[in-house]
Design a protein around this ligand. Structure first.
Ligand SMILES: Nc1ncnc2c1ncn2[C@@H]1O[C@H](COP(=O)(O)OP(=O)(O)OP(=O)(O)O)[C@@H](O)[C@H]1O
Length: 607
């Protein structure tokens, strides 16, 4: 039963097929013509047989033979053309839908993305859209065309002899309904198999992503053990699905053999009664064969419709999800470095909708994994207030989970605080257009992502207007020029899946260069907690100095050395600001936490 009103199918088809109506028109014309010709050709053959038996004029026989061949050839050509057009229509429509979905997802809030795995979204954008491809290209025309073909054949059969028409009509109805019923029986088995396959892919993907940890911990044997277990569970599911499929296939063969038998019996009877010619007997038999195509196609299309229905449902749900962050106002930030002010800021992830992204039928949407955060946990940031003057650098310290990254996320408006206000040089950040903020605030995260593309694209993030000279100057400034000159193809060097063999420190330097090219007024740096070799550490420290020149900086610090570069210190504990002040003043004050941290002089104390 359809769960989606017909109107919605219509809307979807109209949205994505309207722009290419000319092509759709040609798909319809070619498909319908090829169907018409398929009905016509047996009639030509009957004429040929009957004329030959009646020893008719040779010229007529020749004409009929030529006509038969022309029609057969044209049918083939038409079906190739129809396939070409419909593939084009499907590609264009599904790509347009894919583009809309990708753009939509990329614009959704971080809280949405953090509440689901990338795999889920890939399945929506790729799997579901693929399932719609046939729906776009052929569904309406195919169903309509094949119903017409079926009705056309039956009308001709009735016209030839009502008994043949009647018996083959009953046969068609029984065949169609049996196949649809059997398909319904087979579906759950196929669904189980697909589910098992999805689980297997998920298992494999997760393990491959963690290969370094697995090898380092000697966990390969454990993974292989789980792997065998999954394979063992898979086998019976596969057997059942294959059995159901074979049942469907053999029933279909049996049914159409029965159809042929009915046609042959009708022919024999009518021939005996001298009610039909030999040509007509052939015609009846041929049509009974021809019935197979529309019956099977209609069944397949109905099957596809069911798949498409589930996909449409999920895609519609995804498109209905709207960003919860406001787009911001129309104020602009002053040029140059930016002062940062937090005024009584409270923030909790629980209010952001992380757990509310439940959509529609709940298939993709429900937060299937239990939320790791207690519903009653205290806010992740509590009453944070501080002022960082423009051009100064702030070092944030605090134990794991104390809220350091969260504070940085608020500055980029990846989340909005529930109460309080954040200002950049006296302008409230929610009054600046949301899209403008990343141009003025740059952030280097711990987990630097390099893309599989050229070094230039990785640095400019595909902005074409940044000149090569500017890039080279930046690399030089950050102390990367000797590394750069060792690259085989300079800026065109392709960074592959292993990020071009870059070390964590080098990747960090590239991320600095990215930020430098944007020239923001505030730079937030989530320092890598992993240790760097002394040479790279030196390079990173130098580069940091350059990066913070004439800019306001915020460093989530993990190393004592970094703290020498900062003007202010903020210490967080469980989301609360336990200390804020001038670095030097705090370092000189034996009662301050910072003083104690410095005394302990261990890097572990910082994180
Ligand atoms: N997306 C999220 N949804 C819900 N809670 C979150 C989310 N991200 C972080 N938290 C929680 O918020 C708290 C603060 O996390 P945050 O990442 O800001 O800490 P941190 O000080 O940066 O820690 P670390 O030094 O380990 O990066 C933690 O309790 C964490 O579990």
């Amino acid at each position: 039963m359809l769960k989606i009103p017909l109107k919605q199918y219509g809307l979807l088809l109209a949205t994505y097929l309207q722009p290419q109506r000319d092509r759709v028109f040609w798909v319809a014309i070619t498909l319908l013509s090829s169907i018409g010709l398929q009905i016509l050709n047996p009639l030509v053959l009957r004429y040929f047989i009957d004329t030959a038996i009646a020893k008719g004029a040779e010229q007529n026989l020749l004409l009929a033979a030529c006509l038969f061949m022309v029609v057969a050839l044209t049918t083939q050509i038409l079906s190739v053309v129809a396939t070409y057009f419909s593939e084009n229509v499907a590609w264009t429509a599904t790509n347009a839908l894919r583009t809309d979905l990708v753009e939509h997802c990329l614009n959704l809030d971080l809280s949405f993305h953090q509440s689901r795995t990338p795999g889920e979204l890939i399945e929506r954008i790729d799997g579901d859209v693929n399932a719609l491809s046939r729906f776009f290209s052929q569904f309406t025309i195919d169903v309509l065309g094949n119903v017409l073909l079926l009705v056309g054949i039956l009308i001709i059969l009735f016209h030839e002899d009502w008994r043949a028409g009647f018996s083959l009509t009953i046969f068609s109805l029984i065949a169609l309904s049996t196949l649809i019923l059997l398909r319904a029986y087979a579906v759950p088995y196929w669904a189980n198999l697909r589910q098992a396959y999805a689980q297997f892919s998920g298992f494999l993907g997760e393990r491959l992503a963690a290969i370094e940890d697995l090898q380092a911990n000697g966990a390969i044997a454990y993974v292989m053990h789980q792997f065998y277990q999954i394979l063992q569970q898979w086998l019976p599911i596969y057997h059942k699905a294959r059995f159901a499929g074979t049942l469907l296939w053999s029933t279909s063969i049996g049914l159409f053999t029965l159809g042929n038998a009915i046609a042959l019996a009708a022919c024999a009877y009518l021939w005996q009664q001298q009610a039909i010619t030999l040509g007509t007997a052939y015609l009846l038999f041929h049509y009974s064969n021809l019935l197979r195509q529309p019956i099977e196609t209609i069944r397949e299309e109905l099957e596809d419709l069911q798949k498409a229905e589930a996909s449409i449902h999920r895609i519609r749900d995804l498109l209905q999800v709207q960003p919860q962050l406001s787009m911001g106002g129309d104020q602009s930030l002053p040029e140059g470095s930016l002062a940062v002010t937090f005024e009584n800021v409270w923030f909790s992830y629980e209010g952001t909708g992380n757990e509310e992204w439940v959509m529609g039928n709940g298939e993709i949407s429900s937060n299937s994994s239990p939320t790791p955060y207690s519903l009653f946990s205290p806010p992740q940031l509590q009453n944070i207030s501080f002022h960082l003057p423009a051009g100064q650098v702030l070092g944030i310290l605090g134990h794991t989970g104390s809220g350091k990254t969260t504070l940085a996320r608020l500055l980029l408006r990846l989340y909005d605080p529930q109460t309080g206000c954040i200002r950049l040089s006296d302008v409230a950040i929610n009054s600046i257009p949301l899209a403008d903020l990343p141009q003025r605030v740059g952030m280097v995260t711990q987990d630097i992502r390099l893309f599989q593309t050229t070094l230039r694209n990785n640095l400019t993030l595909f902005h074409p207007h940044i000149s090569d000279d500017h890039i080279l100057q930046t690399l030089n400034l950050l102390g990367l020029s000797s590394w750069f000159h060792a690259l085989p193809q300079g800026l065109e060097t392709y960074l592959g899946a292993d990020s071009g063999g870059l070390s964590a420190g080098q990747a960090q330097l590239l991320a600095f260069a990215r930020i430098f090219l944007k020239n923001p007024g505030l730079v937030i740096l989530d320092e890598a907690s992993s240790r760097l070799d002394p040479a790279t550490e030196q390079l990173v420290s130098q580069a940091m100095k350059v990066l913070f020149q004439n800019r306001t900086g915020i460093i989530i610090a993990h190393r004592l050395a970094t703290l020498q570069q900062v003007n202010k210190i903020l210490i967080l504990a469980n989301g609360r600001m336990v200390e804020y002040g001038d670095r030097q003043t705090l370092a000189d004050n034996p009662d301050s936490q910072f003083f104690r941290l410095l005394k302990s002089s261990s890097t572990e104390a910082l994180v």
